[in-house]
Design a protein around this ligand. Structure first.
Ligand code: TYD
Ligand code: MG
Length: 473
């Protein structure tokens, strides 16, 4: 007989308590413990599960494992393939999905998760093999309506509007898919777990079952995951730990472009991004994101500086903006959108202390245009110049970019891949680049762009305003 058990599970970290508590003793979150009833699988079922092919697999010699195990298939969407990762295989570089992997796609509602995966399903069902699209979010008609906007689908695209995991398992046995899409993991219900869909126990049990399906059948599974107000994938962190790859789809819903980013990837790097634009016929790939990101720039306005950031293997030109406004608060405001907050306050402190720019009575807002997140320190110098520019109301020359990391002593530190960044800038018509002096020594005019070496922030700020003084004293 199956035995019922009541437990209290933290919805944030997955910690289990036998009694209710206001605060999770493990992660310290308040009000996250929730009652969940689970049924312990009977002994026979547990034994059957123990014999599943995955667990009973014999150990194999490393030398006997063929390289074909690592072949990837393409989703037909370059921007997605690159984010999923790349492997060298027989001298060729292959990017895309590793068979048998489980990929979690998170993102705000309405950002385009279902659209992206429907497009993948369309292409893959024609090029790789059967695809099963299981949705607990929308009816078959709704999915069909979206699908019609996205062009033709392969003949082997199967649809299942279902939340019951057993039905999905049955459908997988029936259709033998190369790829399964589960939209969304929070709507799925495991028959042996009594808690409501979306709770920790449910999400974990469903993911476990789907992972077993993926590993034993070699089909890839895409899971859609909802994102909470705080920006994490709803359900426990446990979910992110279980799957092979975690992708986030980001962007402002009011703007048309979307950025796909890997935050965890067992089969590739996590610093590649994919850029898309939402159009009337689904998501379009943006092959020249720099052009798009700079298209709305007011080149002659103060407080705007372009930098060349590296996103994985690709340089990306983005506009860093700053606004300084007289503050009426005892503690002036500091805000950073798209930039690291601590890094931003550090750059402001360096400007005060090393360049003598007074910001104590100013609210400072900083922003990366286009909803991009810049996490590398190479954007420091552009930020510093943007702040100086906004404070003094002097625009920076529209054809100048700035790249460099700032240290606490006010020194400008070298960055990696400067050549790639400068090539991208030159391609888009920039003529001057303020760069770390250490980097600049290695170049001698072979990139069609004038280099202005800076040893420290003061030199960089002075160079940006071409002799007009923005740095006070
Ligand atoms: P959707 O993929 O349903 O988002 P999610 O699954 O992440 O919640 O799509 C969201 C939005 O995209 C929706 O508001 C409609 C819009 N959209 C387009 O603009 N063009 C299209 O071709 C499609 C299919 C959707
Ligand atoms: Mg959806």
């Amino acid at each position: 007989m199956a035995k019922t058990q009541t437990r209290y599970i933290c919805q944030s970290c997955g910690h289990v308590e036998l009694q209710w508590k206001g605060q999770c003793p493990d992660c310290g979150e308040w009000g996250t413990l929730q009652e969940e009833v689970s049924v312990k699988p009977s002994a026979a079922k547990a034994a059957a599960r123990a014999r599943s092919p995955l667990e009973s697999a014999e150990p194999r010699r490393m030398s006997e494992i063929g390289l074909e195990d690592f072949g990837r298939w393409s989703t037909g969407i370059n921007e997605l393939d690159r984010v999923l990762g790349e492997t060298a295989y027989e001298g060729k570089r292959q990017s895309g999905v590793v068979p048998g992997s489980v990929i979690l796609l998170g993102g705000d509602p309405g950002i385009g998760k279902s659209t992206l995966l429907t497009q993948v399903a369309h292409i893959v069902s024609g090029s790789v093999g059967p695809v099963l699209y299981a949705s607990g979010e929308e009816s078959a008609q709704q999915i069909k309506m979206r699908s019609r906007r996205l062009g033709p689908a392969g003949a082997d695209l199967f649809l299942l509007a279902e939340t019951d995991l057993d039905s999905i398992e049955r459908a997988v046995t029936q259709t033998q898919p190369a790829c399964v899409v589960v939209d969304s993991i929070q709507t799925m219900r495991h028959p042996e777990v009594e808690s409501a869909p979306g709770t920790v126990s449910q999400v974990r049990a469903c993911t476990e079952t789907l992972m077993r399906l993926a590993k034993t059948r070699g089909c890839a599974v895409f899971l859609v995951g909802h994102v909470t107000k705080e920006g994490a994938i709803a359900g426990p962190r446990v979910l992110e730990h279980m799957v092979d790859t975690v992708l986030y789809f980001e962007g402002e819903r009011t703007q048309t472009y979307r950025i796909l980013r890997a935050v965890k990837n067992r089969f590739g790097s996590t610093n590649e991004i994919g850029v898309f634009e939402m159009g009337g016929e689904g998501l379009l790939q943006v092959e020249n994101p720099s052009e798009m990101l700079l298209s709305e720039r007011d080149a002659n306005g103060p407080g705007s500086v372009v930098t060349a950031a590296m996103e994985g293997t690709r340089p990306l030109l983005v506009e860093v903006q700053a606004l300084c406004a007289p503050s009426h608060l005892a503690q002036p405001r500091r805000s950073a959108t798209g930039l690291d907050y601590n890094r931003t306050t550090m750059v402001l402190a360096v400007l005060e202390k090393r360049v003598g720019i007074r910001l104590g009575n100013q609210d400072v807002f900083t922003n990366v245009a286009g909803g991009v997140r810049l996490l590398e320190p190479g954007a420091d110098l552009a930020l510093a110049i943007a702040v100086a520019s906004s404070l003094s109301d002097l625009p920076v020359d529209a054809e100048t970019i700035a790249v460099g990391e700032i240290g606490l002593a006010g020194e400008v530190r070298a960055v990696q891949n400067l050549e790639k960044r400068l090539q991208e800038a030159a391609r888009l018509g920039f003529r001057r680049a303020i760069v770390p002096a250490r980097n600049a020594r290695k170049f001698s005019g072979k990139i069609g762009i004038e280099l202005v070496p800076a040893h420290n922030v003061r030199q960089a700020v002075d160079a940006a305003f071409g002799g007009r003084t923005a740095s006070a004293g």
